[in-house]
Design a protein around this ligand. Structure first.
Ligand code: SF4
Length: 348
């Protein structure tokens, strides 16, 4: 059931397939009354849905279907996640967690402000970087952030894995995808995953090249760089042998350490079978800055409200077949009207 397998990509980019013996034909839909129609709201999608920053996964979902992404913000009340999908997503998360815990432990730290929250992300990134500089070769679940291509839009993501070679200083980036079934990833899925690793590399390399400033971070994340960290975060910092009172010093330290590394050399995507934990497929992707820049520019036009939202092309209409928003999708009905009138013209 290729469509079922594909459709999971629209729920979670890490989950690629679902049991094909259970097609999603009898799913129940919940319709809530009084949902605001999106066009009545004001502001750009960026201002309305993601004030401050975008997640890398926002762009990969947009790559699947921008219209679906839009409905997920404005009409999420009408859908209910299928239990089969939920189970596959949970299995995927568990596999990611198991891999993470195989290379480090996690400890809870009490946070008292936004500045504390971002300090923890910086500490986690710094731990990976400092580990490499001390000869560690593997890091997992590494926070990454930045404002690529001077577009004044901030991004945050989580890199699954970085592998460091202490001899050559090469760094490889790996994205893990889990699959409930053993079918190979489709073209549409590969396109999403390619975009994801390209963007991660761009964010990481920008830090290595010193292309991110503290003021950019503070502006987008609305942080006070001079605000003192809470007690628990300060204590955590001392455990990592760095003592900074606030983000001002901590970010300087991060940027300085990042610039001791090299840019990401190779991009890998690994597809792992959920049940057997075996690697099913392994792809490498070539980085193409121009291609990423063009995709980025086009996608940001949507976020800035500079063009209308777009759904899938006719060649990818199969995505609509089991989309949760198909029954309300304006793009789909517009395209199907255009298609029927074209066919009528041909018949004349
Ligand atoms: Fe996108 Fe098709 Fe779903 Fe509309 S029905 S949101 S075009 S996948």
């Amino acid at each position: 059931d290729d469509i079922s397998d594909e459709i999971l990509s629209s729920y979670d980019i890490d989950i690629l397939s679902m049991p094909d013996e259970k097609p999603r034909t009898n799913k129940e839909m919940k319709v809530k009354v009084g949902i605001k129609v999106s066009s009545e709201d004001h502001g750009t999608p960026l201002e309305r849905f993601r004030p401050g920053y975008l997640w890398v996964s926002d762009l990969t979902k947009q790559n699947w279907c921008e219209q679906q992404l839009y409905y997920s913000f404005t009409m999420s009340g009408i859908i209910e996640v299928n239990p089969v999908v939920q189970k596959v997503m949970t299995e995927g998360s568990n596999l990611h967690l198991a891999r993470e815990l195989a290379v480090h432990d996690t400890v809870p730290v009490k946070v008292t402000s936004n500045e504390d929250i971002w300090a923890i992300k910086v500490i986690n990134l710094l731990n990976a970087v400092q580990g490499f500089l001390n000869g560690v070769t593997l890091a997992r679940e590494i926070p990454i952030f930045g404002a690529p291509f001077q577009q004044d839009v901030f991004f945050v993501g989580l890199i699954d894995e970085l592998r460091f070679d202490p001899e050559s200083y090469n760094i490889d980036l790996l994205e893990l995808k889990t699959k409930a079934f053993k079918s190979p990833p489709s073209k549409a899925q590969k396109s999403q995953h390619r975009l994801q690793v390209l963007l991660y590399k761009k964010l990481f390399d920008d830090l290595v090249k010193g292309n991110l400033s503290k003021t950019t971070v503070a502006k987008h994340l609305r942080l006070d760089l001079k605000r003192d960290f809470g007690e628990a975060v300060s204590l955590e910092l001392t455990k990592h042998l760095v003592e900074f009172k606030n983000l001002d010093g901590l970010l300087d330290h991060l940027f300085q350490r990042m610039q001791c590394l090299t840019c990401v050399s190779q991009l890998h995507i690994e597809y792992v079978h959920q049940e057997s934990k075996q690697t099913l497929y392994h792809h490498t992707e070539d980085y193409d800055d121009d291609d990423l820049s063009n995709i980025f520019e086009d996608y940001l036009k949507f976020w800035r409200g500079q063009r209308p939202v777009a759904g899938v092309d006719i060649e990818e209409a199969w995505k609509c077949q089991k989309c949760d928003f198909a029954h309300i999708c304006e793009w789909r009905s517009k395209k199907s009207e255009e298609y029927s009138s074209k066919n009528k013209d041909k018949m004349k």
